[in-house]
Design a protein around this ligand. Sequence first.
Ligand code: UTP
Length: 294
Amino acid sequence: MSKRVRTAVFPVAGLGTRFLPATKAMPKEMLTVVDRPLIQYAVDEAREAGIEHFVFVTGRNKAVIEDHFDRQFELEETLEMRGKTGALKELQRDLPSAGHTSFTRQQEPLGLGHAVWCARELVGDKPFALLLPDMIFRANPGVMKQMVEAYEERGGNIVGVEECDPADTASYGIVSRDEGPDSGFPITGMVEKPKPEDAPSNLFISGRYILQPEIFSLLSEQEKGAGGEIQLTDAMQTLMRRQSFTGVKYDGKVFDCGSKLGFLTANVAFALDREDLADGFREELRELGLTGEK
Ligand code: UTP
């Protein structure tokens, strides 16, 4: 039987250059969609999937992420005194249990593959979930939960994928696939940013993975790839020669909040999903000449 996935890695050491100047002193992962930081959505999704150990690969200017997942006694006391019990309960619910978070530093942002490699001592010899926090999902159940279900059935490595417009493949990592249901099918190859005419499918990798620990030794041998960065895809391609990779075309939709358009769209979509905001927000949109209707 496959080992359970208990640990999740969150790489949060990137520079976030597409969001400058907002990210000059503040981590991109603390940008908010409605009223929750991006990193909180990813942690919530991991927790829903049964993850118990949360490993953050941080960098300079990222200390606030560590504070976000700590208790703020003064604030809690003030909320209590003012009778704001709803807000207090919510803050407490968002926190991982004591001793269940670990932080390590990627001293230089040398790419996603390098950030994942920096987590090797904290993950150890176990399969782990990897969640890129700038990708958030509208999905129920959550995407990682759907992927853990596939992992429990098939073991190996699991990659979450979604369909893109076939004209847009050059913006993504694209997989080629064999026959099988959306809930789990063999992945036969991966290619970074292919032109539409060269793309093996329109299924793109959307920032959710379950990986076996053998990926770490491959990452340590990895040469710098595209953009002078150590690429995760290159190491996964090598691992694919030795281990199975299963694709999960999950039920849900991704918002790429590392890009301004994705971030703005996510704010609109998530606000319209909120009972406490939807009516008022729709009204504001209507006044702006936008319908806001689904
Ligand atoms: P991105 O590819 O979006 O890079 O990283 P970035 O540096 O954050 O943003 P831009 O492109 O300059 O605007 C995807 C995820 O991987 C992390 C990021 O923090 C983000 O959560 N990452 C990326 C690292 O942890 N280290 C790196 O060296 C690169």
